[in-house]
Design a protein around this ligand. Sequence first.
Ligand code: ATR
Length: 274
Amino acid sequence: MIHLYKKEIYAVFGNPIHHSKSPKIHNFFFKLYNFKKKYIKICASKNFFLDEITLFFKKGGKGANITLPFKEKIFSLCNNITKRATIAGSINTLKKCNDGKIIGDNTDGIGFLSDLLFHNIIKKNFNLLIIGAGGASRGIIYPLLKFGCNIFITNRTFKKAQILSKEFSKFGNIESVFYKNLRGINFDLIINSTSASISNELPLISYNIIKKKTICYDMFYMNKKTSFMSFCEFYGSKNVYNGIGMLIHQAAHSFFLWNKIFPDIKKTIKYLFK
Ligand code: ATR
């Protein structure tokens, strides 16, 4: 017999999941609007995650976030998939509709763009450098091109940057550049989408591309400065950001999909992360 949830429940599924800040953020959103809803984290099994997510919805779960390593693997669970999730090739948000159908969406890219707009650090026609060509990079390219930026993409394994630039060239200006050819290009914004900061490493880009006014953004978030942030500051950038804003904004877009309210970002930062 299936025990149904007593409250309206939302969850994030991942493995590992102990580090996830999503419950903190979403439960704060619920509190802000006096919703009697709850958001939990679930460590899904690497083999049976599809069954576990299905069971969650059968028990009355209303919505879910999906994180590593399942984002690319849950397409088959969805009845409808949004255009941005299809283009990103990954799903981070699921919504169960009243008719029982499940929508798969991706709010990572729009969350990232929203954070850049929130900080007023992006303009149409900006030259962006994206370092890295993994899932994190793939998720942000489409909204940035649609916004009107020119993207240069580089990666330690250059072939992967080439593949991404080819795939996304139908949406706007994007070209792949070797690490060693970055010097000489003027970048307004440099984005580190690699996972190097997790292990305190750095992508081996030349410090020459960093100027005082260059905006530098590490998509990774930790409680102290990441290695990439320290590197950029050391070589002169006065505008350095980490991925906390992106995390809050992607959560806000998921929340909007579920509740039709876009939560107050300033309050969230003030009460949770200052
Ligand atoms: P994600 O889905 O989180 O982006 P991923 O698909 O494993 O993770 O991609 C990780 C990215 O970080 C890749 O671009 C990887 O470069 P490679 O394609 O050459 O592996 C990059 N990366 C990880 N550690 C790095 C390091 N120390 N220096 C440079 N790039 C690194």
